[in-house]
Ligand binder design. Structure first.
Ligand code: ATP
Length: 478
């Protein structure tokens, strides 16, 4: 990360030395000789990190620090500071004999302090350490906001749904395994997250593993981790998702796609709460709660010899079946309102609303892709209607909205956002096609992280499997 670093010190020699060091480290220095200029540059330049002398003439270092803490809490904080939730970390430069002031600075939120005189190497180490912590905080913050955006509240009060949620709530308090069943896009992951959130483990990690998205031979490593030297390239011991989730919950999505050999490993974990890392000989004890989901008929898979019966009974101590959207059409208006309320995240001004006719189309449509499809249809409609009233033609659903009909993507897009959406669908589908629908290879082909690629497929309602003739995922479309 190339960081912008603000140096505030009244000693020109120190400023020059720090400026040189910061430049040498590959970062961008900005300098101020007093506290007042420092505060102005803080607002103007939005630095990533501040090196602040504690003894400044006029406005002292502690005064600047206090201002900064107040500014970070303020609603008008610069946007790069993530709505004020993260202020740039401050490293205090202190002189011998000012250690008490340094302690006070740490109490006010300074990240670290360095006592003068210091060497260039020492300041480099402290800067690197502080920037690494900042980068982690930013990642965590971004992830938390992404998860909160994507998995908000469970909307709906359909009777069938509420019955299942009641069961989920009761199960949440215990450590039993819960199997969440339902068609694609019915909200299985949303409910799994809710079970975790209602459980005593809520402050521990929730780790989701999509068993269908990870190639079979890599899934074992993903779940159980590996020992150093387990295979070529295993240069150190790595924890798997189960270890990462220690004390929390592991959500095994698409469990029906797990290989038989891995199913037997998983069974052992469920029975003994122990597992072996790949290449390991020592059992690792674990305390995690497992939730699993599938849209497959596991009983059928058992008959076909593709799923272990003993594992099935371990998993479905409690099973929850989420109704498809076509069986809870009374929830469509509330879900639609919920998704329209999120339209600000597409940068669309105004308050989009649905016309009576558009709502009629939504409540007559069959929704094969369930809530995810509804979300995608409304996202597109918000963009096409530019945040105004959504009419039936913005929905791109067939006017008759007869059962089993899918959204009509074949019409030539007209508007900028629509064209961009169509183009990115085309890029994803072409990559899948080029790589025989192998999602890992397609992601690599586009230079994307596998998880990001899967997320894009979901967002665009692309199944990731070879299309049925005439379906909207045909790669030659658009
Ligand atoms: N009750 C709900 N209220 C609000 N949003 C929901 C609800 N259920 C699902 N969603 C939204 O619908 C989308 C799909 O949900 P989710 O990923 O949980 O479905 P899923 O059943 O796990 O799908 P898949 O089987 O394809 O993995 C998500 O964007 C989620 O936020």
């Amino acid at each position: 990360m190339r960081a912008k670093i603000l140096i505030i010190d009244d000693d020109p020699d120190i400023v020059l030395a720090l400026e040189n060091r910061v430049t040498w480290m590959g970062h961008e220095p900005v300098t101020a000789g007093n506290g007042k200029d420092g505060l102005r540059l803080l607002q103007q330049e939005q630095p990533d990190l501040v090196l602040l002398d504690i003894q400044l003439p006029g406005l002292s270092g502690l005064d600047v620090l206090q201002h900064l803490a107040g500014l970070a809490r303020h609603e008008d904080a610069p946007s790069r500071w993530l709505s004020g939730s993260i202020m740039p970390p401050v490293i205090m430069l202190t002189a011998f004999g000012t250690i008490e002031l340094a302690v006070k600075a740490m109490q006010l939120g300074a990240a670290d302090f360095v006592t003068k005189p210091f060497t260039g190497d020492h300041i480099s180490v402290v800067i690197n350490k502080t920037l690494a912590a900042l980068s982690l905080r930013r990642q965590v913050d971004a992830l938390q906001r992404e998860v909160a955006d994507r998995y908000g509240p469970i909307v709906g009060d359909n009777k069938k749904l509420l019955e299942q949620l009641g069961l989920a709530r009761q199960a949440a308090a215990s450590t039993v395994t819960v199997l969440v069943l339902g068609e694609t896009g019915t909200g299985k992951e949303v409910v799994a997250r809710a079970i975790h959130g209602w459980s005593p483990r809520k402050d521990k990690p929730f780790v989701a593993v999509n068993c269908a998205a990870i190639p079979k031979d890599l899934l074992e490593n993903e779940l159980f981790g590996h020992e150093k030297g387990a295979f070529t390239g295993a240069v150190k011991r790595e924890a798997g998702k189960i270890e990462i989730a220690e004390g929390g919950t592991v959500f095994l999505d698409e469990i029906g796609d797990m290989s038989l050999s891995l199913q037997s490993h998983l069974l052992r974990v469920l029975q003994d709460q122990t597992f072996y890392r790949v290449g390991g000989t020592q059992p690792v004890h674990t305390d995690v709660r497992f939730l699993a989901a599938t849209n497959k008929d596991l009983k059928q898979a058992i008959k076909q010899g593709a799923f272990r019966e003993d594992l099935y009974y371990r998993l479905e101590v409690i099973s929850i079946t989420l109704p498809p959207l076509r069986e809870r059409m009374d929830d469509v208006p509330a879900l639609a309102r919920h998704f329209l309320g999120q339209s600000a995240k597409f940068g669309i001004a105004g308050k989009p609303t649905l016309s009576e006719a558009a709502l009629g189309v939504l409540t007559r449509y069959h929704w094969p892709g369930n809530i995810r499809e509804l979300e995608n249809v409304l996202t597109r409609a918000v963009i096409l209607s530019a945040g105004g009233v959504i009419e039936p033609h913005h929905l791109h659903l067939s006017s008759s909205a007869s059962p089993a009909q899918e959204p009509d993507h074949t019409e030539e897009p007209r508007f900028y956002h629509e064209k961009m959406e169509a183009y990115s669908r085309k890029v994803l589908l072409e990559a899948l096609h080029r790589n025989d629908w192998n999602q890992t290879r397609a992601a690599e082909d586009l230079g994307l992280q596998r998880t990001y690629f899967t997320k894009m497929l979901r967002q665009k309602n692309i199944s990731g499997r070879p299309p049925r003739p005439g379906s909207s995922d045909s790669w030659t479309n658009s």
